[in-house]
Design a protein around this ligand. Structure first.
Ligand SMILES: Nc1ncnc2c1ncn2[C@@H]1O[C@H](COP(=O)(O)OP(=O)(O)OP(=O)(O)O)[C@@H](O)[C@H]1O
Ligand SMILES: O=P(O)(O)OC[C@H]1O[C@H](OP(=O)(O)OP(=O)(O)O)[C@H](O)[C@@H]1O
Length: 214
C-alpha cells in the first residue's frame, strides 16, 4: 500500500488533475465526508488528509510515503529525510513583505530601524532580513497576519501573496518579494528504497502530468 499525504483545499484540488491524467481517482470527497483516509480507484494507493503544515512531518516519519506540500512549508519545516523529486508547479504564489500604506518601509530600512515583523514564516523572514542586515523582532503568528500592522502589533508582515486581494482589502502594500512559491512532491527516503517500483511509478505519473501542463 502506498500512502499519499495531501491537505484539504487548494493542494487537494490542484493535485487531483495531476492524478486524473494517469487515470487515478480519489473515490471520496473531503468536503462531503469527515473521513481522513480516502480510497482511490487503485487498490494499492490511498490518500491521507493532514494539515498543510503537517505534510512534511507525516512523510519524514513514514506516516505517509509521499506528499504534496508548499515550498514555504518545506523551508519552515526543514527537509531532513525528505527526497524532493519534483516541483509540481501548483498552488503558485509568493512570499512577500507587506506594510500599512502609511508606513515608510524604505526609510525604516535605510535608517537601520528595528522592525517588528509578524509572520507564520519565521525561518524565511529571519533569513531574508538577516541577508539585508535589517534587525527584526519576530512575532510568530499562525494566521490572519494582515491584522498585525492594522492593530499595531507589528510594522510589517511576511505572508503569502497571490492575487494581492487580501492585502488590498486590508489596506496593506507589498514592499518586497522574498521568493516564489509552488508545491512540491516529497517522498520518504526509506520508503523509496523499500517500495521502489510503485513509488517510482507514482513519481513518474506526477512528472508526466506536470510536464504536460507546462
Ligand atoms: N492564495 C494562495 N494562492 C496560491 N497558493 C497558496 C495561497 N495560499 C497558500 N498557498 C500555498 O498552498 C499551501 C497550502 O495552503 P493552505 O491555505 O491550504 O494551508 P494553510 O492554511 O497555509 O496551512 P495550515 O492549515 O496547516 O495552517 C501553502 O503552503 C502555499 O504553498
Ligand atoms: O493574494 P491573495 O490571492 O489574496 O492570497 C493571499 C492569501 O492567501 C492565503 O490565505 P488563504 O486563502 O489560504 O487563507 P488561510 O491562510 O486562512 O487558509 C495567504 O495567507 C493570504 O492571506
Amino acid at each position: 500500500m502506498i500512502t499519499l499525504a495531501l491537505s484539504k483545499g487548494r493542494i487537494f484540488e490542484e493535485t487531483l488533475p495531476l492524478l486524473a491524467a494517469a487515470g487515478i481517482e480519489v473515490l471520496e470527497d473531503p468536503e462531503k465526508s469527515r473521513k481522513l483516509i480516502l480510497t482511490t480507484n487503485q487498490p494499492d494507493l490511498r490518500v491521507v488528509l493532514v494539515r498543510a503544515t503537517d505534510v512534511p512531518t507525516y512523510v519524514q516519519y513514514g506516516g505517509a510515503d509521499l506528499g504534496v506540500t508548499g515550498k514555504d512549508t518545506l523551508i519552515e519545516h526543514g527537509a531532513q529525510g525528505l527526497y524532493q523529486p519534483l516541483d509540481l508547479c501548483i498552488a503558485q504564489c509568493r512570499v512577500s513583505v507587506a506594510v500599512r500604506a502609511d508606513f515608510d518601509y524604505a526609510l525604516a530600512v535605510k535608517q537601520g530601524s528595528r522592525l517588528k515583523v509578524a509572520t507564520k514564516y519565521t525561518e524565511i523572514a529571519r533569513n531574508f532580513f538577516a541577508s539585508k542586515g535589517v534587525h527584526v523582532d519576530m512575532i510568530k503568528l499562525y494566521g490572519s497576519m494582515e491584522l498585525a500592522p492594522l492593530t499595531g502589533l507589528a510594522d510589517a508582515i511576511v505572508d503569502l501573496v497571490s492575487t494581492g486581494n487580501t492585502l488590498k482589502a486590508n489596506h496593506l502594500v507589498e514592499v518586497e518579494r522574498i521568493m516564489d512559491i509552488s508545491s512540491h512532491l516529497v517522498v520518504n527516503q526509506a520508503a523509496l528504497k523499500l517500495k521502489q517500483v510503485p513509488l517510482r511509478r507514482l513519481i513518474d505519473v506526477f512528472a508526466r502530468a506536470t510536464q504536460a501542463k507546462a
